[in-house]
Structures are given as structure tokens and as C-alpha cells.
Ligand binder design. Structure first.
Ligand SMILES: Cc1cc2nc3c(=O)[nH]c(=O)nc-3n(C[C@H](O)[C@H](O)[C@H](O)COP(=O)(O)OP(=O)(O)OC[C@H]3O[C@@H](n4cnc5c(N)ncnc54)[C@H](O)[C@@H]3O)c2cc1C
Length: 352
């Protein structure tokens, strides 16, 4: 929908075929815009893409809000990453050291400094760090806003599925941005990675008593808490190599236990939703952005895995530039869909 909006702004005639916009991972996601806290070992190029997209978020949010009239719930207080036990803190510190080596902004804080920022944190929390550039947005509002802005810019939304590429590929350039369904349409290796999360709400409908996104290492498990100004708190998320969307009692139990360990006051909140979504993952967990191998008229924008919300502005801009100029931006080089065509490891043959 973001690509459609951007293309229509450039004067292109755009038709979106989607039976239910917002029904995929984007309608479940937490909405963390976290290039720093999500900078993991071995993902340097992906981290660069996340940083570049996060830098576009302030301008993108302002423009989209003005174009749609929808409040995106975009918040810039930043993220606290905390460790509950000594072991949890040791694990978190290794990653902060790596993130600092990359030049990313993450500042360790002592327990007293943490509680000055967020007094509701449990006294047991051993330490943490602040990532001021890791912001958040409400993805459901984002999808609503994009739909309104796209339609106002002249995009036609046809609520029907594309069953195969030949349904559409004779009508001009095609962008396949169908999340996990991209695999069936293109043959690219996009796999579902299940994530379960919960939505809580303050008992009185007021804003939650904490303002930062809080990401916790809790007795060896990771959990995040995303407070929204409208009283919602998102608690997430599991990462499961599964393709079903069932919510399990075990996931609800673990997420709630970890959340309440970090912020005990959450036990008083109302549990309003438990949901599961399917992240579109690729073999290297980075998105596939660019022409489909052997089909230059078909452009893929899929496989965003854990990062589709933060990557929205940059994906839309780079894909729109590619369609309008035919020239790929250098930032796309590491994310070409054809990088997966030589993935087979055959015993006895050298790896390429
Ligand atoms: C629990 C969870 C938490 C997450 N948290 C974050 C987060 O904090 N920050 C972040 O950046 N990312 C997060 N993500 C990841 C993010 O949600 C995804 O990367 C992103 O939503 C992918 O967007 P998409 O548009 O590619 O796919 P989707 O949102 O899945 O959308 C796919 C669309 O394609 C449509 N479609 C499917 N098949 C067809 C067809 N045949 N024809 C036409 N249309 C079709 C569907 O109706 C749907 O609208 C999270 C994901 C999950 C599951």
C-alpha cells in the first residue's frame, strides 16, 4: 500500500489487488521502529537498511498524517532494553557492545537511572540501556492511513486475490508485495514465521504509566512492551517456525509472566486481545527487493520478516524509484531477489 501511494504521487495509474488489506502480519505487528535494538550479529547489511529507513520515519509520518488525516500513534520517546537477572544483563551487554561498535546510539544505564526514566519498572531489574532512536508507531493505524492516502492520491483498491501472476502481468509493471503469499506467486523462498502477541489496556482507558518501549531479557526469554497513548500496551512476541495462526495457552502464559516480571502493574490491566501473525521470512531474514529473476517487469517487495513496519518508508521509496527510472538504487544491491537462486548446498561440492 505504501508503494502504491508513492507511485500514485508520481502520477502513475495504480491498482492494488488485495482481498483484505491489513489482514496480514501488518495488522498484528507491534510497530517498533528499532534499528538499534534489532541490530543482531551477522546482519550488518540488514542493519544498514533498518537505520536508513528509520531515518525516513519522521518525515514519512508527518507527510502520511497530513495526507490521510489519520493519527499514526507515532512516538519518539525511545526504547529501554533491560535485563532482569545478572545472566540476562550479561547477554544483553554483549549485544550492546556490538551495537556500539557499529556506531549505533545505545547508552547503558544503572538501575537508578532506569527507574528515574520509568518508575514502574520492577525493583528486581538489574540494569539496562537506552536506545533513543528506536521509536514506535501503531501498525493498524499505519495501514488505515496508507489506504486513505493511497485512495486520495488516485489508487484503485480491488478487493480480490491474485491467483497467479498471469492474472495481472500483462497490464504494466507489477509489484508483488503479498507477504507470505509471495512464495506461491513468485516461487521465491518466503516462509511464514509465526509470532504471537497480546494487547492489554489500562483499566481506566488512560495512557499507560510508562512511555518508553521496554524490551526485556527475562530469565532467558525475550519480551517487549509497547505503550500507546490511547491506553494500549502490546506484549510480544513469540518467534516460531510454524505456519498456523493459533494462539496457544503456553505463549499467553509466558508472555504475561515475563511482562509482569518487568512491570508488575500490568497485572491490573485488561487483556483485550491475543493474536498470531505470520512474518514473511527469507533464508537470510532480509527482504527481497527488486526484479524477479528472469522477469524484469515483475518487482518484488516482500520477505520483510521482523522489520516490515520500520522498513515501510524506504521500501516504498526505493521500489517506486526503481519502477519509475528502471535503475536500481545501490541500497538495493544486497537485497536482490536473485540472491536465493544458488542456495542449494550439495554434499561434496564447494560452497559458492
Ligand atoms: C507478532 C509480530 C510482531 C511484529 N512486530 C514488528 C515490529 O515491531 N516492527 C516491525 O518493523 N515489524 C514487525 N513485524 C513484522 C511485520 O509485521 C512484517 O514484516 C510486515 O507486516 C510485512 O508486511 P507485508 O505487507 O509484506 O505483508 P503482510 O502485512 O502480511 O500483508 C500481505 C498482504 O498481501 C495480501 N495477499 C495475500 N495473498 C494475496 C494474493 N494472492 N493476492 C492479493 N493479495 C494477497 C494480504 O491480504 C495482505 O494484505 C511483526 C510481525 C509479527 C507477526
Amino acid at each position: 500500500m505504501a508503494v502504491a501511494w508513492r507511485c500514485a504521487q508520481r502520477g502513475m495509474r495504480v491498482v492494488v489487488r488485495d482481498p483484505a488489506p491489513g489482514s496480514g502480519a501488518s495488522g498484528v505487528a507491534a510497530g517498533m521502529l528499532a534499528p538499534v535494538a534489532e541490530a543482531y550479529f551477522g546482519e550488518r547489511e540488514l542493519t544498514g537498511l533498518l537505520v536508513a529507513s528509520a531515518a525516513r520515519w519522521p518525515g514519512f509520518a508527518a507527510e502520511l498524517t497530513a495526507a490521510s488525516g489519520v493519527d499514526l500513534g507515532y512516538r519518539t520517546e525511545g526504547t529501554l532494553v533491560v535485563g532482569l537477572t545478572g545472566d540476562d544483563l550479561a547477554e544483553a551487554r554483549r549485544l550492546w557492545a556490538y551495537q556500539q561498535e557499529l556506531g549505533l546510539a545505545i547508552t547503558p544505564l544503572r538501575p537508578g537511572q532506569l527507574r528515574d526514566r520509568e518508575p514502574l519498572l520492577a525493583p528486581r531489574v538489574r540494569g539496562g540501556a537506552w536506545a533513543p532512536g528506536d521509536h514506535q508507531v501503531d501498525p493498524r493505524r499505519l495501514v488505515d492511513a496508507l489506504r486513505v492516502a493511497a485512495e486520495r492520491a488516485g489508487v484503485t483498491i480491488v478487493p480480490e486475490p491474485v491467483r497467479q501472476l498471469s492474472d495481472v502481468d500483462r497490464q504494466g509493471p507489477v509489484v508483488v508485495a503479498a507477504g507470505c503469499a509471495t512464495a506461491g506467486l513468485t516461487g521465491l523462498p518466503v516462509r511464514p514465521v509465526k509470532g504471537q502477541l497480546l494487547r492489554l489496556r489500562t483499566p481506566d482507558g488512560a495512557a499507560p504509566g510508562f512511555r518508553h518501549v521496554i524490551r526485556g531479557y527475562v530469565d532467558g526469554q525475550q519480551v517487549y512492551l509497547v505503550p500507546r497513548a490511547d491506553g494500549e500496551v502490546v506484549v510480544g512476541a513469540t518467534v516460531e517456525e510454524r505456519a498456523d495462526r493459533q494462539v496457544t495457552a503456553d505463549a499467553v502464559l509466558r508472555l504475561l509472566r515475563a511482562a509482569v516480571e518487568l512491570v508488575p502493574g500490568l497485572a491490573e490491566y485488561e487483556l483485550v486481545e491475543a493474536a498470531a501473525g505470520l512474518r514473511p521470512g527469507t533464508p537470510d531474514n532480509a527482504p527481497a527487493l527488486g526484479p524477479l529473476p528472469g522477469r524484469p517487469e515483475v518487482v518484488v517487495a516482500a520477505g520483510h520478516h521482523r522489520h516490515g513496519i520500520v522498513l515501510t518508508p524506504l521500501t516504498a521509496d526505493l521500489i517506486t524509484d526503481l519502477i519509475s527510472t528502471g535503475v536500481p538504487d545501490p541500497q538495493l544491491a544486497a537485497f536482490r531477489p536473485d540472491r536465493f537462486t544458488t542456495d542449494r548446498i550439495v554434499e561434496g561440492q564447494p560452497w559458492s
